[in-house]
Each structure stands twice: as C-alpha cells, then as structure tokens.
Design a protein around this ligand. Structure first.
Ligand code: FFO
Ligand code: GTP
Length: 446
C-alpha cells in the first residue's frame, strides 16, 4: 500500500471563509508537486513560509508549507500541507493547481482510510476520528478521544489475546485425548470462559453508554392535548422552542430539539396531542406523532394531573418501547414531586410550571440508560460495535455449553468465531463493503 498509490488532495478546513485554510496532499507525487508549486525545497516536518505559484509563475497565495515524509505522517504516505489564507476561492485555486500537477480529488474519509490501510489506526480508531469531529457534547468528545487514543481497541485486543490463548489450550486438549487428566473437565477452561463472559459484559456496558453519547437518545413526548408537552420541551431545552397556549391542539407538526442533559445528548420530539380530532391539519399531526412514537428510544407519556377523566394513553402506546408516565401540574393539586416504580411502569409527578420534580425526571432519564457523568472509562462506540460484541458474547456462551457436553472441537470453533466477531471491531476482519460504508460517511479532507 505504501508505494504505487495515486496522490489525493482536498481542502481539509471547513467550506467558507476563515483565518487560515489547509489543502492537504497525500501520495507519491508529493515531492514532485511541491517542486512545481513552492519556491523552497522541502524540509521534513518543518514549517516554511513560501509562495504557492500557478503554472505561469503567478502567486496564488503565500502561506506555510509543511512536509511529512512517509512513513511518519497521518496517512503513512508522503504528505504536503499547504496552509494558506482561508478564503473559499483562494483555496479552490490552490486545490486546482495541485490537481493540475497530478493529484486527484480525495473521496470523503480517504486520508483516514489510507491511515487505516497503512496500519496507522485500526478501524475503531478511524471511526473515532469522525466521531470526535461530530461530537455534540464535551463528554462525547472526551469519549471519542479515548477511542482515538486506542482505549477501546486495547480492551478488544486483550479479549482477543485471551481467546487465542484459550483456543491453543483447548486445541491441545483435543490433541491429547489419551492423557490421564482430561483438560476439558478440570475446570480450567470453564473458569476462563466465565471470566471472558464477564469481561465482554463490562465492555458491552461501556460501549452502550458510548453509543448513547454518540447518537443521543430519542425521547418522544406523547399525551393528550394540553397535558403540557410543549411546556416540558421548552423547560428541558431551556428556551421557548415550542408555542405554548391554553388552547388544546396548539402543537400540530412535529418539533425536534437537540439538547444535552449534563453531557448526555438528547433528541426531544414534541408531538401533537393524541385524541380523535376532526380537524384535517390536526389529524395529519396526530398521524405524524404516531410515526415518531414508533421510532422512539423512550416515550414520555404526559398526563394532566387535573384531568380526572382517565387521560391515560398507555393502552395505545407501543408495548416494546419503555414508557415513563409523567403526571404534570402538581402545583394545582398540591401533590409532592415524587417518582414511583410500579409494576405498571414508572410514574413521575412534576410541575413544569414551578419546576418541581424536574430534577427527578432528568435523573431518571440519565439513570435509565446507565448514563453517569463519570465517563472516565467510557469510549465512544457505534451500533456495529455493540452488535459485534453481542455476537462475540453469544459465541463464548455457546462455547461454554459445548464444553458441558465435552464437545471440544465445537468449543474451539465457537472461540474462533468469537474472535472473528471481535476482529470486526478493530478491522482485522473487514469487508470492502463495510470499509466503503464507514469512510463514505466522513467529511471530505479527513
Ligand atoms: N495541520 C494539521 N493538524 C492536524 C492534523 C493534520 O493532518 N494537519 N490532523 C489530522 O488528522 C490531526 C493530527 N493528527 C496527526 C496524526 C499523526 C501525525 C503524524 O505525523 N504521525 C507520524 C508521527 C508520529 C509522531 O511523531 O509521534 C506517524 O504516525 O508516524 C500527524 C497528525 C489534528 N491536527
Ligand atoms: N398549572 C400548570 N399549568 C401548566 C403546567 N404545564 C403546562 N401548563 C399549562 O397547560 C397548558 C397547555 O400546555 P402545553 O405545553 O401547550 O400543552 P401540550 O400538551 O403541548 O398541548 P397541545 O399542543 O395541545 O398538544 C398551557 O396553558 C400551559 O401553560 C403546569 O405544570 N402547571
């Protein structure tokens, strides 16, 4: 991979005008391009002020050039950075000059893909680069940085090492069936399998929280008209995102707000009040509300505590999604704010108007997904990582079952499969289709 690749180029800084803008070039043509473009010879890892010239020798811009010779660069290939003035047009002119000198435009994520292919980063770290850039809260940025530094990969690699050792042990046991001690029944393998399952569980827990940090939880506010859904959205968002009136049926379309609860990203969706409306617009709003409700991670079912005529919608809401019933307007009834866990579900009594019970609600939302603010050990994770961990767990469990019936060959096979599942996370096992999908979601120039 290090040789014989084409040379790629892109503007690495965001589109628009800024103080400084960077054109990044990677590949074997870097020195050749630099010789045409710059009036200085390249010194490795040395910032040099230089003119960037066009084909006629006219100055396009004067800026800083930076040269990272292979293999000590971000991609592992020769890299040239042209740090010019951050104007869209001037950077475009500079990029076109580099393309005219033989580079081609980089695809999204292609620099990082090359870093992966040249073993500068594994796949989980490469994904963390994109996740760091896209982080919406400080906690998610810190977690992405942990994954980028290799915390997640180290844990996966140590599981893989344990699996490898265990496979060697089991395979040896199979080969020595005549030995007096039966290696498969002396408890060693069993103990190690149990330990492995616990380790996978630990990582699964952290990964789950990491996924929440990355994606945020989707919380849909559902309830009868006038229950206080829009008021609650505004209270959680901390600004007047939704119109609140005393008129039932005020919210008609779906309203979305991205907020954070102490560093946990949350997508809140306010919906039209659910009831049998004859109004065409409201009916459409209610249809849309039902669509959102089906896609929720959690539903906040809002009830007006003053509405004595059975205002519960519990029977109408999907059974497979966790529903938290919030009884609102306790300022009118004089009830105390409280959280009750009942066999029917969780009930939280609040007043959006006075703020009573809001802390209980926020704390419950964080607790219910296992989010805590101490994210020291939490690395960013994606759905595909969690699926791979789940698969690995299932294979180790199956290995434990095969062990009970002393099916040594099958134990070994399950352990091999578990190892492959984990390999998908770091990219030791990966398909072109998967790589294509992952890197295509990066921004250009990354
Ligand atoms: N100007 C600039 N800033 C940037 C980047 C960049 O490409 N250019 N980065 C782009 O993402 C990030 C930094 N990432 C980098 C990662 C590795 C190497 C590098 O030179 N690695 C060598 C040497 C390692 C060392 O000296 O310790 C190597 O891995 O061999 C450079 C940048 C953020 N800031
Ligand atoms: N007393 C009291 N009134 C509240 C409270 N929360 C909301 N309200 C009032 O209840 C009315 C309805 O509130 P909204 O937030 O618009 O209710 P909604 O559920 O979004 O209503 P729709 O848009 O009709 O679906 C408004 O007059 C609010 O000021 C509360 O905790 N106490």
């Amino acid at each position: 991979m290090l040789n014989n690749t084409d040379t790629i180029a892109a503007i690495a800084t965001p589109p628009g005008n800024g103080g400084v803008g960077i054109v990044r070039v990677s590949g074997s043509l870097v020195s050749q391009i630099a010789a045409q473009l710059l009036n200085k010879s390249l010194i490795p890892r040395h910032a040099q002020y230089s003119a960037f010239r066009d084909a006629e020798g006219e100055i396009i811009d004067a800026g800083i050039s930076l040269y990272f010779p292979s293999p000590a660069s971000y991609t592992g290939e020769d890299i040239l950075e042209l740090q010019g003035h951050g104007g869209a047009v001037v950077l475009d002119m500079l990029l076109h000059r580099v393309l005219a000198l033989g580079a081609r435009l980089a695809k999204p994520g292609e620099f990082t893909e090359r870093a992966f292919l040249n073993d500068k980063l594994d796949l989980a770290q490469a994904e963390a680069v994109a996740d760091l850039i896209e982080s919406s809260t400080e906690q998610s940025a810190r977690s992405a940085q942990k994954s980028l530094q290799g915390l997640f990969s180290e844990q996966i690699n140590s599981l893989v090492d344990e699996l490898t050792e265990l496979r060697i042990y089991v395979e040896a046991a199979i080969d020595f069936v005549d030995e007096e001690i039966d290696f498969l029944t002396d408890g060693v393998v069993e103990n190690r399998l149990v330990r492995l399952l616990l380790s996978v569980q630990d990582i699964q827990k952290n990964a789950q929280q990491g996924r929440l940090l990355r994606e945020g939880m989707t919380l849909v506010l559902a309830g009868k008209p006038n229950a206080g859904k829009s008021s609650l959205l505004n209270a959680l968002a901390g600004h007047e995102a939704a119109i609140v009136t005393a008129i039932a049926g005020t919210t008609r379309d779906i309203l979305r707000e991205r907020i954070q609860l102490d560093g946990m990203p949350l997508h809140i969706i306010d919906t039209a009040g659910l009831w049998d409306s004859d109004d065409i617009v409201e009916k459409e709003g209610i249809r849309r509300a039902r669509v959102e409700i089906q896609k929720a991670d959690k539903i906040l079912h809002l009830v007006d505590g003053q509405d004595v005529n059975n205002s519960s919608l519990l029977g109408e809401l999907p059974a497979h999604i966790e529903i938290i019933t919030v009884v609102n307007k306790i300022d009118l009834s004089g009830r105390s704010p409280v959280i009750e866990h009942t066999p029917q579900g969780t009930y939280i009594y609040i007043s959006v108007k006075t703020g009573q019970g809001m802390d209980l609600l926020k704390q419950h939302l964080k607790d219910s997904v296992g989010f805590n603010e101490a994210t020291d050990t939490v690395f960013i994770a994606r759905r595909r990582h969690i699926e791979a961990l789940n698969k690995a767990y299932a294979f180790v469990e199956s290995a434990a079952q095969q062990l009970r019936i002393r099916a040594g060959e099958l134990v070994a096979e399950d352990l091999r499969q578990a190892q492959n599942s984990l390999g998908e996370i770091t990219g030791k096992i990966s398909s072109d289709a998967l790589l294509g999908k992952i890197f295509a979601s990066f921004c250009i120039g990354k």
